[in-house]
Design a protein around this ligand. Sequence first.
Ligand SMILES: Nc1ncnc2c1ncn2[C@@H]1O[C@H](COP(=O)(O)OP(=O)(O)OP(=O)(O)O)[C@@H](O)[C@H]1O
Length: 210
Amino acid sequence: MNAVLEVTALSAGYGAARAIRAVTIRVEQGEHHAIVGGPGSGKSTLLRTVVGLHPAANGTIRFNDTDITRERPEWRKARGLCLMPQNHRLFTSLTVEENLLVGARWGAPGPWTLSRVYELYPYLLEKRRALAASLTLSEHQAAAVGRALMANPRILLLDAPADLAALGRLTKEGLAVVAATREVPAGACHVHRLIDGTVTTTRTEVRCRR
Ligand SMILES: Nc1ncnc2c1ncn2[C@@H]1O[C@H](COP(=O)(O)OP(=O)(O)OP(=O)(O)O)[C@@H](O)[C@H]1O
């Protein structure tokens, strides 16, 4: 099967300091990957570089067989490469539903609608008229995932997601998911260990092997 995302020998950093070094990861449609590493291991830098919010120093990023290493982040997002950042950044003065609708503005048409997001996270339906500022941390993060889904991504990158259980449902529907976490998440099939910016091991769980 063709890869949705192919990261090859990717390096990036801050000034002279490298935060990720020669990272190679291949993600196919419907796969659930985890980037697992301790604080400062480079998880956020890797995800931010893949979506174009941070420049690549070396290596390539291919998305649906197209080299996107130098493309702008908006271009990547409009084609379905979506990041839910660690700090979520919902618009706190807007309601939950208004935040979700903002997500649809920069995305592509597709299966994700308000009702499908509410089906995934029923508690957001109850809070749809509440201001985002009033949400608990896990509700806030669910709304941030919902907002990302409203853009109908082909692949969703999540930095430190709280509700890992919901991610399994996304991959069943064909969405590729890459979650950066400190511990190995239960549902992930492909686990990449990141230590000091380098992927030291990549393991495919036995239950996921074909
Ligand atoms: N804006 C920045 N300027 C300089 N160095 C940075 C910056 N952001 C991150 N770093 C450094 O880059 C390295 C990787 O950081 P990064 O935030 O990518 O790690 P992380 O695995 O996401 O950490 P955490 O789990 O704590 O979020 C660390 O050494 C960090 O100190």
